[in-house]
Design a protein around this ligand. Structure first.
Ligand SMILES: Nc1nc2c(ncn2[C@@H]2O[C@H](COP(=O)(O)OP(=O)(O)OP(=O)(O)O)[C@@H](O)[C@H]2O)c(=O)[nH]1
Ligand SMILES: [Mg+2]
Length: 307
């Protein structure tokens, strides 16, 4: 093996909707993490694996850090911040077209104690040319009491994850910070996200995109079964969970329009993911407190053993 290979792990953290998953997809040149303009789109930690002749970087895309109160919110914030301890560098993504908030203060005070290389990804510079960058600098200067130029462990990095601006340069900087070591995953691996969860997430993405702000937070998707159906067509049965009976009709839409369109769009993506023809059966169930129910959350792939 080439002794000069580098390999390591990088966590991408930050508040909801700043572009963490978009960045991961842009780095990999493939969609491994779902993206929407609704905050709290990502619910699981997803590893995306980047390999080239320099070595391998395993990126961990995390759920947005959010100060919500139910079990799912707490689980997600804890898991995201917890990922800092097991990585070689952290990308703190912020939306430089928006003002700073409590979430950034919270993340920065945690990062300040972690003694790891930190890259502040000043994202969405394509919109307002990073109008609020000085505010993000000030947050760090306030926490440390020294000017930014004296913070050697910190790189401020303007980005557009959506347009791909500076993404190559970001990978270059990260490789500089990675330790020497063998590849952690096979050379051609892209993600470790289990297929079943990826399938459920693709369906959830279509629903988010179609319904916008109507009720997405109270939606979950569970794959209840995958069976070959006559010949090579996979029959996928997926349940869409909502919290109240009254929300069922919003998901179904007028004359079934939303469910039908989500199904058609999800089927196309599923066929690509699974490299097979797919028959997708979607149905909607009301389950009053799935966000608090361990059994349901575990069915969805959340692991609660450390709680
Ligand atoms: N203009 C612009 N929009 C972006 C950029 N990066 C991401 N977006 C958009 O911002 C929205 C949120 O992107 P996501 O990648 O889902 O954000 P996230 O940080 O993963 O969000 P959560 O998973 O909810 O924590 C989507 O509509 C993206 O298209 C960017 O560089 N420029
Ligand atoms: Mg995300």
């Amino acid at each position: 093996m080439d002794k000069k290979l580098k390999s390591g792990m990088v966590a991408i953290i930050g508040r909801p909707n700043v572009g963490k998953s978009t960045l991961l997809n842009s780095i990999l040149g493939e969609k491994v993490s779902i993206v929407s303009d609704v905050p709290q789109t990502t619910r699981h930690q997803i590893r995306g694996i980047y390999t080239d002749e320099r070595g391998q970087i395993v990126f961990i895309d995390t759920p947005g850090i959010h100060a919500g109160k139910d079990k799912l919110d707490k689980y997600m914030s804890r898991a995201s911040l917890g990922s800092i301890d097991s990585v070689d560098a952290v990308i703190h993504m912020v939306d430089a077209s928006e003002k700073t908030g409590l979430e950034e203060q919270h993340v920065i005070s945690r990062l300040n104690k972690c003694a790891k290389p930190i890259i502040v990804g000043l994202n969405k510079i394509d919109i307002t040319k990073g109008k609020f960058v000085p505010e993000y600098i000030k947050l760090w200067e306030d926490v440390r009491g020294v000017p930014m130029q004296e913070m050697n462990d910190l790189v401020l990095f303007p980005l557009s994850a959506l347009k791909g601006t500076n993404v190559k340069k970001l990978i270059e900087i990260l490789f500089e910070k990675m330790p020497f070591g063998p590849l952690l995953y096979p050379e051609d691996a892209i993600t470790d996200f289990p297929k079943r969860m990826a399938m459920a997430d693709l369906i959830r993405e279509k629903l988010f995109l179609l319904m916008r702000e109507e009720i997405p937070h109270s939606i979950a998707v569970i794959i209840e079964g995958v069976q070959p159906k006559r010949g090579k067509v996979l029959h996928i049965r997926a349940a869409i969970l909502v919290e109240r009976e009254s929300q069922k009709e919003i998901v179904i839409g007028k004359a079934g329009a939303i469910l039908k369109q989500a199904g058609t769009e999800a089927r196309k993506d599923l066929e690509e993911l699974l490299e097979s023809k797919v028959f997708l059966e979607l149905f909607v169930k009301a389950s009053s407190n799935w966000r608090e129910d361990y059994a349901t959350l575990e069915d969805m792939g959340f692991v609660f053993s450390d709680l």
